[in-house]
Design a protein around this ligand. Structure first.
Ligand code: DP6
Length: 335
């Protein structure tokens, strides 16, 4: 039997400076650079088995066989890796996460980072972290940031080979906690791929993108200097700006729920009252409450008291994507 398989694990990440909108949708070259923190505690584990006998790719998500767009997106991503590995073998990919998919917890980031790393290992490709980040980006933009560890910056660029993510500080640099208040774990109505395409239809997007270098500099400095007060103001501004672009796109996108808006009011008030905590959001209604480790128990207690908060997921600065197993016979290359 000619098969070659590997398993990889990746964390999702939460962006402090947001990716929203591309300069090139096909290549997923982002309109602006972004900065994020990987989230240990949340993880996606993906196995990829290339098999000479398979006629088509197959993909299961949480054990459920996928068809249509979900399968096509994974298959297109495997094509990129097959091209790098000079292989024509089809594959079975299986992905399991310990957090709900499609609810603003960047499931595609962890998913495509793990898929890229597993497929590259299965094909026996010896790729650098930079090359893996570039490939992961092609599957889902934010996945580029789940390849390196800890606190990460993804560079905007005009060429495929220049847009990748790098670590700016390791996970143990700053003990921050992301308390993810899940207000609705349902699948989102408009996926980020479609949302990213709509970003340019908002008149606010140009202003957001033009101002990004200033916010990236502030964020980089805040992370390196462990300056929570600056980070808090910045991430809330970022979340509001991104959702303003979403709301003013054509057609408009409104990912927020009433309970999201309540938390967007409460968390800054807690901070004004002395509790270091700040919110950010992704393309979904859940609220990411970021705080230093010593403020996390009190912030978590308050979040649990908020109406509409169904559960709380917890992430801490996390590792990069990594291979956890490689096995099988043959080299995954077409005979
Ligand atoms: C709102 O990376 O999910 O989470 O490239 O189309 O897969 P695709 O989009 P995705 O975009 C989500 C971006 C965000 C903000 C961020 O993580 O920077």
């Amino acid at each position: 039997m000619q098969t070659r398989c590997a398993t990889a694990v990746a964390c999702p990440n939460i962006a402090f400076v947001k990716y929203w909108g591309n300069r090139d949708d096909e290549l997923r070259l982002p309109a602006n650079g972004s900065i994020s923190m990987n989230l240990a505690g949340l993880e996606t584990r993906t196995s990829v088995a290339f098999d000479a006998a398979l006629e088509r790719d197959a993909f299961t998500l949480q054990g459920i066989p996928q068809t249509g767009e979900a399968l096509a997106r994974v298959s297109a991503h495997l094509d990129l890796l097959r091209a790098r590995g000079d292989s024509a073998w089809k594959a079975k990919a299986a992905s399991e996460s310990n957090f709900p998919a499609g609810a603003g917890i960047a499931s595609s980031a962890a998913g495509f980072a793990a898929l890229t790393v597993a497929a590259a290992a299965a094909l026996g490709l010896n790729l650098s972290a930079r090359e893996l980040s570039i490939l992961a980006r092609r599957g889902s933009g934010s996945a580029s940031r789940s390849i390196p560890h800890g606190f990460v910056e993804w560079y905007a660029a005009d060429r495929d080979e220049d847009s990748f993510a790098e670590s700016i500080a390791p996970p143990d640099h700053w003990p921050l906690v992301d308390l993810i208040a899940v207000v609705d774990a349902g699948h989102k109505k408009v996926g980020s791929a479609e949302g990213n395409r709509l970003a340019r239809t908002s008149p606010y997007q140009e202003a957001r993108v033009m101002d990004a270098p200033r916010r990236l500099l502030l964020c980089r400095r805040a992370v390196i200097g462990r300056d929570f007060a600056t980070l808090a103001m910045l991430i809330e501004e970022e979340a509001r700006m991104m959702h303003q672009v979403m709301r003013t796109s054509t057609p408009p996108l409104d990912y927020l729920e009433d309970s999201t808006r309540d938390l967007m009011r409460s968390i800054p008030q807690w901070r004004a009252g002395g509790l270091p905590a700040a919110f950010t959001l992704d393309a979904g209604p859940n609220v990411h409450c970021i705080c230093p480790e010593n403020a996390a128990p009190e912030a978590e207690r308050r979040l649990r008291e908020q109406p509409g908060v169904r559960r709380i997921l917890i992430g801490r600065p996390g590792p990069g994507a990594r291979v956890v197993a490689v096995d099988g016979a043959g080299n995954g290359r077409a005979p």
